[in-house]
Design a protein around this ligand. Structure first.
Ligand code: PRP
Length: 216
């Protein structure tokens, strides 16, 4: 029977997963096993509620949800935009707030204004391409990196970067500035389109409870 089947959640490892579990606790759903900091387990079950949670790398969460290996996912909006998967975004969880920005040394501001052909390093090539080509109508060369993006303009790999800014300390400590804002970001709940149809009552019930907890 439908109600006996597990509802499976893919959570982006780390702070997002921790915040998500706190939110679930606010609606009376706990998963004690998951709180053990020493555990190397990747999947956790709440038998009573028939829920399963698993921890995945952020960029893999939309993939698990698109293929239906997870019914629901929690991941940053940056990842959702970058992965561009066939999933429904259903809830802004409000936490994990930050901004996607074009950053670089102050002197690079002129290159942006004059729409020069510059190099842009980013962990988010799709977002960077979309911003430069479709919003700014500026032709640029995008260079994909996997982390420590702030290094790129410092060592001369690129003129600017497109990256997440949360507190701004990484930029400050490396002598870089925000030059333009691409978009604000936060953690989102996403749902597999088939699960949304087939398990509608269960998912919308849960979403309603989570929405209520977020409003209080
Ligand atoms: C992210 C992002 C920035 C930093 C911004 O990197 O890419 O480097 O956090 O945060 P701040 O504004 O609070 O300083 P992350 O720590 O995820 O590591 P990464 O460099 O490996 O991507």
């Amino acid at each position: 029977m439908e109600e006996n089947r597990y509802l499976t959640f893919a959570l982006g490892k780390g702070r997002l997963a921790k915040k998500t579990l706190e939110l679930f606790e606010n609606i009376g759903i706990t998963c004690e096993e998951m709180k053990d900091p020493a555990t190397r387990k990747l999947i956790f079950v709440n038998e009573k509620e028939r829920l399963r949670f698993f921890l995945a790398k952020g960029p893999d969460v939309p993939t698990y949800v698109e293929y239906g290996a997870a019914d629901v996912g929690v991941v940053g909006e940056d990842t959702i935009l970058e992965e561009n998967r066939g999933i429904h975004e259903v809830l802004d969880l409000g936490f994990g707030r930050c901004r996607m920005c074009v950053c670089g040394p102050k002197e690079a501001a002129g290159l942006l204004q004059r729409r020069e052909l510059i190099r842009v390093a980013s962990k988010y090539p799709r977002i960077a391409r979309d911003y430069f080509y479709n919003t700014k109508h500026q032709t640029v060369e995008i260079i994909k990196l996997n982390g420590s993006i702030e290094l790129a303009p410092i060592v001369g790999l690129s003129e600017v970067i497109v990256d997440i800014v949360e507190t701004g300390s990484t930029l400050r400590e490396n002598g870089l500035d925000i030059l333009e804002e691409v978009c604000p970001l936060s953690a989102r709940m996403v749902v597999n389109p088939v699960s949304m149809k087939m398990r509608h009552e269960r998912i919308t019930g849960l979403l309603g409870a989570l929405r209520g907890a977020l409003e209080t």
